[in-house]
Every structure is written in C-alpha cells, then in structure tokens.
Design a protein around this ligand. Sequence first.
Ligand SMILES: *[C@@H]1O[C@H](CO)[C@@H](O)[C@H](O)[C@H]1NC(C)=O
Ligand SMILES: *[C@@H]1O[C@H](CO)[C@@H](O)[C@H](O)[C@H]1NC(C)=O
Ligand SMILES: *[C@@H]1O[C@H](CO)[C@@H](O)[C@H](O)[C@H]1NC(C)=O
Length: 219
Amino acid sequence: MAAPHLAGVVALIKSIHKNWSPAAIKSAIMTTADRLDLDSKPITDDYDRTREPAGLFAIGAGQVNPQATIDPGLIYNIMTSNYIQYLCGLGYSDKNVSVIVDRQIKCADIDNISAEDLNYPSITVTLDPNVTKTVTRQLTNVVISGAEVYNAVVEEPKGASVVVTPNKLGFGGLGMKKKFTVEFKITDGSMSKDQESEGQLLWRSPKHEVRSPVSVTFA
Ligand SMILES: *[C@@H]1O[C@H](CO)[C@@H](O)[C@H](O)[C@H]1NC(C)=O
Ligand SMILES: *[C@@H]1O[C@H](CO)[C@@H](O)[C@H](O)[C@H]1NC(C)=O
Ligand SMILES: *[C@@H]1O[C@H](CO)[C@@H](O)[C@H](O)[C@H]1NC(C)=O
C-alpha cells in the first residue's frame, strides 16, 4: 500500500511547490521521514517476527511524515543531465543510454559520475580495506525567507569512520546551493567481508533536520 499513499503525498507537495522536480519531491519525503515510531522507539521489522529494529533495507528512509515534507529546509536535487552522467558512469553503452533518455548520447562527451556520486538523499558505499572512499553531495535551500546555518551530525556505521567536509553549511537565500564531501574509511577489523553496517548523516539547523540513511558494505 505504500505506492498510493506516496502518490497522495507527492500530490500534496506538488500543489504547494509547483516548480519542484521529481527528485526534489523525493528528497523532501526521504529526509523528513521518521526513524522512530509513535512511542519514540525504533521501528521494528515484522518480517520474521523477531521484532528487531528494522534495517535500512526494510525501513528505507523511514516512515513518511506528510506534514514535514512541505518544509524540508534543504533538498538533494537531481536534473536529467545528472542521470545521464550516472548511466554513462555505470558503463552502459552509448546505444543503451540513448534508448533510455530517448535522444542520441555519446558517453565520451559526458562528464560521467560514479553511482555513489548521484546526488541521492541516501548514501551507499562499498569499502575496500585501506582505501578511502569519498562521495560528493549538493544541497539546495528551499526556504523562502531567512538564513540558516546547518551542522553535520554523523552517526558512524560500525567499523567505519565518516568525515563530512565542511561540517557546517550556511544558506542565505532561496535556491542557494552548497556542496560537501563525505569520506569513508574502515576503522578496524570488527566487520568481515560482505557484512553491512548502517548509520546516518543529519544536517541540523535550529529549524530543520535533513536526514540521510548511510549504508556501508565491507568488501
Ligand atoms: C568515466 O570517466 C572517467 C574519467 O574520464 C574514466 O576514467 C572512466 O573510465 C569513465 N567510466 C565509464 C564507465 O565510462
Ligand atoms: C545493452 O542492452 C542490451 C539489452 O537491451 C543488453 O543485452 C546489453 O548487455 C546492454 N549493453 C550495455 C553495454 O549496456
Ligand atoms: C592494510 O594495511 C595494513 C597495515 O598497513 C596491512 O597489514 C594490510 O595487509 C593491508 N590490507 C590490504 C588488503 O591491503
């Protein structure tokens, strides 16, 4: 039943923010979702009846909070051109990318990006031992009035370190964009190959919280 409910939430957002892209709407839904239930406890996974806290692959970004989606503070936007960079970066042939976007594309002429660098509101990386992996994101201010300063609050996934640079971002007016990087590294040998570990990145101002789930797989 998630799809019809989300379609209704999208219609609600679009009726208020008529010029938001599909990616902006999705970002607003994801970054304002609740990780806790109405008793302020972690949402549990009903799947195997153990009632353990649900992992990211069960809960996604969390439980949608329709009212909060209207005022997310910041959004992670993605334009059509970014999806083309992404498809080329995934290694699809010119022919296949052209079929997907319905016009002639030559990936050699495109500044491709890796899958991790798509400006998505969640972050997933695979970490090799002794190798630092850095991903880039860009935030856009969608608050009409008033400057806000956000601080990065990181919950590190077990076994990995996460460094956000810069860890403080100031936004002046509507539409202002700021980039940041997130650097991942394995910190110890507590996680074995193919294990997965979860954390989060929260950008917090006095008025807004912009939350991204973070998932790390150990290669
Ligand atoms: C993406 O661009 C980089 C740098 O130009 C290049 O090394 C890499 O092979 C390209 N990747 C793909 C999948 O085309
Ligand atoms: C392109 O798409 C075809 C199927 O339509 C698939 O068989 C092929 O592996 C794809 N190749 C590349 C390089 O993307
Ligand atoms: C990682 O670094 C440590 C210490 O320098 C080294 O002992 C180990 O072999 C390295 N592992 C890999 C997979 O390169």
